[in-house]
Design a protein around this ligand. Sequence first.
Ligand SMILES: [Zn+2]
Length: 85
Amino acid sequence: MKKLSKTEAQKQISDFFSDIKNKTPKQVKKIKKLAMKNSIQLKDLRKKFCKKCLTPYDKPKIRIKSNIKSVTCSKCDYISKWKVN
Ligand SMILES: [Zn+2]
């Protein structure tokens, strides 16, 4: 595999996430690896897929309670929680 520059990797990652709904968990895994290799932080992009099964969220169940947002994965039922401000 050709080594990408950090800028190229960043572009590939943002392109990937602009079309996240059409991606597979396998592709998500690959892009995570790419980010890690280039020490790019995904930050909010990590909220676009389930951290357990890596399935991109598509109309997930979202609940917000006392500043905690819970998102339930429709595939594996894993609940991710984030603080909201
Ligand atoms: Zn899941």
